[in-house]
Design a protein. Structure first.
Length: 94
């Protein structure tokens, strides 16, 4: 099981532009950002590194953010990982 990586954040979002935007903000704050396009890819990333913070979208293909965070909590119950869920809705104008 990997150790918690200090100053590391995992950004999980199907939208690559959102991942890039969030990564830029965390880079400025001194964090190293790891990216994943969905919950399944994020679980693979967690095999190598366990970040201090996980930012996850709610709605993603293959594995939703809520299910992903539930799996993380079960797999790493004693580790100090702070999961945060983000939800952004795009309003279409007619």
């Amino acid at each position: 099981m990997p150790e918690v990586s200090a100053n590391c954040v995992l950004i999980v979002d199907a939208d690559s532009q959102m991942r890039t935007l969030l990564s830029a903000h965390f880079d400025k704050a001194g964090f190293h950002a790891i990216h994943a396009g969905d919950g399944i890819e994020a679980l693979v990333r967690l095999r190598d590194a366990l970040p201090e913070v996980i930012i996850s979208d709610l709605q993603m293909p293959r594995l939703s953010g809520l299910k992903f965070i539930g799996i993380v909590r079960r797999r790493f119950p004693t580790n100090r990982v702070s999961p945060l869920l983000q939800c952004v809705w795009q309003l279409n104008r007619f």
